[in-house]
Design a binder for this molecule. Sequence first.
Ligand code: IYR
Length: 229
Amino acid sequence: MTKQPVFEPLEFKHLSPEEQLANSREFLARIRTRRTVRDFSSKPVPFELIENAIAAAATAPSGANQQPWTFVVISDANIKHQIRLAAEAEERESYEKRMSAEWLEALAPLGTDWHKPHLEDAPYLIVVFRQAYGIKHDPETGEEIKYKHYYSEESVGIAVGILLTSLHLAGLATLTHTPSPMGFLSQILERPPNERPFVVIPVGYPRDDAQVPAIGKKSLSEVLIHIEK
Ligand code: IYR
């Protein structure tokens, strides 16, 4: 049976032009200071910061509002150790055998290699899973029914953007890490077959001596095309 839509009034706060400009400039200045960090201290992070960032990410728009994501938060040292060992084994294979010369050349300015100490140094790892399809149960028979998820890649990508932004605004550093292949995460974290690892995000404070590659972003004129009337 097709569900009929139910509407409710939109709650929308209209800002004055001055507030709009001030907010947009302030956000731009803050987000410009976000960097991908690989040198983490083990200084503890209040769990509520992680929880709030995930709650923020979970407000993301998604295909058919299906919210096809699961966020697994790990602070357990033993599980982090297992993840580090498995990630390093895959990454070593990738850097030494699987990645093309072209790929290695593209990565050279970042100075990355297969060593991933941040997977243990950071107090939290957030592993984001994409639900490739949904699972519901027939109310009468209890039988498992698989249903299609629409635009799950795009949806999870948007949610991760909000997650990284929220963690940054909470004064935390993150790394967007995609070891390849990532199947070991499903096994270690015992996730069901409809959930596919999407990204691993170490979260914490940077070490005092943290370094980042001296790279920049494209200028606005390179990324913005304005088609005026
Ligand atoms: N996953 C590897 C390699 C890597 C790939 C890309 I694309 C990057 O932007 C950065 C690294 C690693 O994490 O080292």
